[in-house]
Design a protein around this ligand. Structure first.
Ligand SMILES: [Zn+2]
Length: 100
């Protein structure tokens, strides 16, 4: 993964717009969180010339674009957890046993 995108993801994680599944470590987007906080933080980091975002060369727009892209393409829940929640997976055997 490109380092610039890692920065965008970390900003998302810091502002809780993006979350990491504690089980699968997959990144997903929390739909209930207003993403404007992440954009505000991104702009602030660039404005303050934070070394963390120096790769963006004071171009806040480049960072917010990437952030928007990262949040927009993230799934709304952990894809692995979503798979587990569906019926007709290997888990149905265990569920049957627990009923008995
Ligand atoms: Zn998961």
């Amino acid at each position: 993964m490109e380092h610039k995108q890692t920065i965008a993801i970390e900003i998302g994680l810091q502002t809780h717009v993006l979350r990491t599944c504690p089980i699968h470590h997959s990144i997903f987007c929390d739909d209930d969180v207003d993403p404007s906080g992440a954009f505000a933080l991104a702009v602030e980091l660039v404005r303050q010339h934070t070394p963390y975002v120096e790769e963006f060369h004071d171009d806040a727009h480049a960072l917010t674009d990437l952030l928007s892209d990262t949040i927009g393409t993230a799934p709304l829940s952990c894809p692995h957890c979503a798979n587990l929640a569906q019926p007709n997976t290997g888990r149905s055997v265990g569920a049957d046993l627990s009923v008995v």
